[in-house]
Design a binder for this molecule. Structure first.
Ligand code: PGA
Length: 262
C-alpha cells in the first residue's frame, strides 16, 4: 500500500492548518484501505490539526523530532510529546533542515533511532544537491546519506521505516525529476538498505517514496512505477483539492494493481 505524505512546512497559520485539515477530512472516505495518507503540520499546529481531522483516515506526522529523550534542550520537542499529541510518524533529515540548521548525518541517525524507540515511523529524507548532481555524484551521495543515518541499525520487530528520496534541486521548483530518474535513485536506496538491514527486512519493512515538486499533473508518472512506494508532497499538499487529487490518483493506481512492490 502506498503512503502519501503532505509536508506543510511552515507555510500556514494555525487557523489555516485547521481549515486545511477539515477540508481534507471532508473530502476523504471514512475508511481507506488502498492507500495511507499522512499530513505533517508544524509542531504548533499538531494538536489543532489532530482535532480538526477527527476520525478521518489520516496519520498525523511531525516535521522533525529531537534526538534526545528529554531534558534541558530549550526549543526542542521530544518524540514522546509528539506521540502524546497523536503523531505516528516524523520526517527526519529534510534537506531544509540539513541546509538551514546544519543537521548532519550523525544527528539525523540519532533522530531515526529516537523516533523508532518512541514507536514513531521515521521518514528519513535523502537526496543530492544540484551541484552534486552536476558532478555525477547522485548515487554516491544518496548511498552515503542512507548509510550514515542507518548503519548499525536494528529495525525493531514489526517496525517499519520510510526513506524519502528528494532531489534537493527540484524541491519547490514546480518541476519534478523524470519518474525513471527517481526509480534509479530508489534502486540505490533499496540496495543500500538491503546491505545494511538485510534483504528480508529491507524488502518487507522499508518503503521508498519520492518527493520534489509532485503535483496532480505529474503524479501519474510516479505512480506508474512500482518502485515508487509513496510520495512526499510539499507545495501541492497545501491545497485540499490538489492533495486529494493526488490521493485519488494513488487509489486509482492501487485499483489497477500498482504500488505493491513489497
Ligand atoms: P515540494 O516539497 O513538493 O514543494 O517540492 C517537497 C518536500 O520538500 O518535501
Amino acid at each position: 500500500m502506498r503512503t502519501i505524505i503532505g509536508n506543510w512546512k511552515m507555510q500556514l497559520s494555525v487557523q489555516e492548518a485547521e481549515r486545511l485539515a477539515r477540508d481534507l477530512a471532508a473530502g476523504l472516505p471514512k475508511r481507506l484501505t488502498d492507500v495511507r495518507v499522512a499530513v505533517c503540520p508544524s509542531y504548533a499546529a499538531l494538536a489543532p490539526v489532530r482535532a480538526a481531522l477527527g476520525e478521518a483516515p489520516v496519520m498525523l506526522g511531525a516535521q522533525d523530532v529531537c534526538d534526545q529523550e528529554k531534558g534541558a534542550y530549550t526549543g526542542e520537542v521530544s518524540a514522546r510529546e509528539l506521540v502524546d499529541l497523536g503523531a505516528t510518524l516524523a520526517i527526519i533529515g529534510h534537506s531544509e533542515r540539513r541546509a538551514h540548521v546544519h543537521e548532519d548525518d550523525a544527528l539525523i541517525g540519532a533522530k531515526v533511532r529516537r523516533a523508532l524507540a518512541a514507536k514513531l515511523l521515521p521518514v528519513l529524507c535523502v537526496g543530492e544537491t544540484r551541484e552534486e548532481r552536476d558532478k555525477g555524484l547522485r548515487d554516491v551521495v544518496v548511498e552515503r546519506q542512507v548509510r550514515a543515518a542507518l548503519e548499525g541499525l536494528e529495525l525493531p520487530a514489526r517496525r517499519e521505516l520510510i526513506v524519502a528520496y528528494e532531489p534537493v534541486w527540484v524541491i519547490g521548483t514546480g518541476t519534478a525529476v523524470d519518474p525513471d530518474d527517481a526509480v534509479r535513485s530508489h534502486f540505490i536506496v533499496r540496495e543500500t538498505l538491503r546491505d545494511i538491514l538485510g534483504p528480508d527486512v529491507a524488502d518487507t519493512r522499508c518503503r521508498i517514496i519520492y518527493g520534489g515538486s509532485v503535483d496532480r499533473g505529474n503524479v501519474a508518472g510516479f505512480l506508474a512505477r512500482p518502485a515508487v512506494e509513496g510520495l512526499l508532497v510539499g507545495g501541492a499538499s497545501l491545497s485540499a483539492e490538489e492533495f486529494l487529487a493526488i490521493v485519488d490518483a494513488a487509489r486509482a493506481a492501487a485499483a489497477k494493481g500498482g504500488g505493491d512492490a513489497a
